[in-house]
Design a protein around this ligand. Structure first.
Ligand SMILES: Cc1cc2nc3c(=O)[nH]c(=O)nc-3n(C[C@H](O)[C@H](O)[C@H](O)COP(=O)(O)OP(=O)(O)OC[C@H]3O[C@@H](n4cnc5c(N)ncnc54)[C@H](O)[C@@H]3O)c2cc1C
Length: 322
């Protein structure tokens, strides 16, 4: 059944992540009468008022000094411990960097199932949660369900569901007991916190995205970055760009194992159009692709198809814009 749904509200630098609101919107849409609880892990400064007004029926706060700064060991233990105490039917966690780290650990502790990186949720005819996620590298969509253990756990890709404001429901606030963390040691000691320099525009929030694939030679990557800057766009990339070491991390990687984006404008250079990549950008508004192969698959999902060399095209565009 699906009478009680918990959503882990990820908080980053004091702000509730958009993924929480997206999951709340979806949970309310698939089971309007379910009791929805926002679970929040942290120290003294949890955004309780914001969560109370978010449209959840209940807010459960798990406060502990060891949850003040992110430590996956403590967060996993807290998530599992609180869920075990309250026994909800389903738990939704964002498939963000943090969520993807702690959700499987919590599911293992609870000896229950977790469907990872879901892109759709629904209710099965038997009333259980239907969890839909790409399988076989995005070649098909699999429907997962967890018939024998509770809770039914799903991690949900941020940016996939719409975020629709919900009416506040006068949510009750419950303080969960996480004193079991007192005697626990994660083995990690926070020595110093350094905030990294302002990174490029986040790829999943940008209205325009310039995306590069293996068909962009290494020496042309900076040109693509410059073009993105001139257009006020974010720079995204395919997985091989990370695997080859051209990009230092996966933060702007687009696709089944990366970010899902829906910009108004997507301009792709040297991208073949594999299922795994297209899965993450297919809902973009206007899609323009540059590829020197007229039969490239990316052209099947493009509004404008430019059969051209990506380096030359970048030069021309930069010249035209400046
Ligand atoms: C489990 C799994 C998960 C994956 N997850 C992701 C994911 O999240 N995101 C992702 O992107 N990939 C993912 N992949 C990898 C995916 O299968 C593809 O390999 C990848 O998307 C291809 O990247 P690409 O288009 O940059 O490179 P390629 O497939 O090598 O394509 C390069 C393209 O550039 C064109 N080209 C070459 N030279 C030029 C030139 N001079 N000018 C113009 N065009 C040129 C070529 O014609 C070709 O179409 C995953 C794979 C697996 C197995």
């Amino acid at each position: 059944m699906l009478n009680t749904i918990w959503i882990l509200a990820e908080v980053n630098d004091g702000a509730v992540a958009s993924s929480y609101y997206e999951m709340l919107t979806k949970a309310r849409a698939i089971k309007p009468e379910a009791k929805i609880t926002a679970l929040c892990l942290g120290g003294d400064n949890l955004p309780v008022d914001e969560l109370k007004g978010s449209g959840a029926d209940e807010v459960v706060c798990a406060r502990h000094a060891k949850l003040e700064s992110y430590d996956p060991m403590y967060c996993t233990a807290a998530l599992a411990g609180v869920i075990a105490a309250y026994d909800p039917d389903a738990v939704l966690v964002a498939a963000s960097a943090k969520g993807s780290e702690i959700a499987p650990g919590a599911a293992a502790r609870l000896r229950t199932g977790l469907a990872a990186h879901c892109t759709e949720l629904g209710v099965r005819p038997d009333g259980d949660l239907a969890m839909i996620a790409p399988a076989f590298g995005g070649k098909l969509m699999g429907e997962y369900y967890i018939p024998n253990t509770r809770p039914q756990m799903a991690s949900v890709k941020p940016g996939v569901f719409d975020r629709v404001p919900q009416e506040p429901r006068g949510a009750a606030v419950v303080e969960a007991d996480v004193s079991f963390l007192d005697g626990m040691s994660s083995g990690v000691e926070l020595v110093e916190r350094k905030v990294s320099e302002a990174a490029d525009l986040p790829v999943d929030k940008a209205e325009s995205v310039v995306c590069v694939g293996l068909g962009v030679a290494e020496e042309n990557i900076e040109k693509a970055r410059a073009l993105a800057k001139k257009l006020g766009a974010a720079l995204g990339y395919t997985r091989p760009m990370v695997d080859m070491g051209y990009m230092s991390d996966e933060s702007a990687m687009i696709g089944t194992s990366g970010k899902t984006i829906k910009p108004k404008l997507y301009i792709g250079f040297g991208i073949s159009g594999s299922n795994q990549h297209v899965c993450g950008m297919k809902d973009s508004g206007l899609v323009i692709s540059v590829n020197n192969n007229p039969k490239a698959e990316i052209f099947n999902v493009s509004d404008y198809k430019l059969v051209a060399d990506s380096g030359k095209m970048l030069d021309e565009l930069l010249k035209a814009i400046s």
